[in-house]
Design a protein. Sequence first.
Length: 235
Amino acid sequence: MNLVLLGPPGAGKGTQAERLARTLGLYRLSVGDALRAAVAAGTALGRQAARYLEQGVLVPDEIVQQILEAELRRPEAQAGFVLDGYPRSLRQLALFDALLARLGRRLDAVILLDVPDEVIVERLAGRLVCPCCGATFHQRFNPPVPGRLDPGCNAPLVSTDGGVRSAICPQPLQRRPDDQPEVVRKRLEVYREQTKPVLAEYARRGLLRVVDGQGSPDVVFQRILAILPTGTPLA
Ligand code: AP5
Ligand code: MG
């Protein structure tokens, strides 16, 4: 099973990709997460990508392609993958088609998480991210529970000094720098102008499955499972 998960910023792609990977035994690849990891590690790719991430615009295809191809060639990705946030432009779609052909792979479905703008703004304004493992929370909708072992995080969460911290990472949960309102506006603009044509093309190919992204993460996940190709084995 090879899946692509698309949707506007804050639609819940990361939240649902993690669940899909865990439930279906798929390799999860988020281009955004991989780029942020490269920036944090200070690699040559990361240094090139940083300013695009800060501005909320697409990182050049040459950089993204290198990451994508290396990831899809990993042994863990051979049994199936869920790709979060790629392709985001028609040019990326053409490059992706060529890469899949070279690797002898094909897509089973492209899932669009459909969420209106006002919900997006609320979700991104309250998002919190664990700097040690990347687990994502929301102040209101998915609050970190002190002492609970979160399924997306390897670190048990503990509360210290009134702030929520992970037991392994000494830093408090953080906001993503690109969740500032002016950068969110730019990311939405990029989505409308560059990514929406990709959705139209996948719809034309009969691969697009539109899922209502509103409701709790568990409810949205059940909707996704319901539209997957029949006979999908659970891990
Ligand atoms: P990326 O990191 O992919 O950001 P994005 O697409 O803007 O999406 P987000 O990660 O912000 O949101 P999400 O849909 O994953 O939602 P989440 O699950 O976190 O990309 C960032 C940047 O990287 C881009 O701007 C670009 O520069 C670069 N990049 C990435 N891909 C690229 C590509 N292909 N080409 C070139 N450049 C690329 O949820 C959001 C919040 O809502 C969380 O707090 C969560 O807890 C909460 N939440 C989730 N689901 C629900 C729910 N059902 N109900 C209530 N709250 C919910
Ligand atoms: Mg994400």
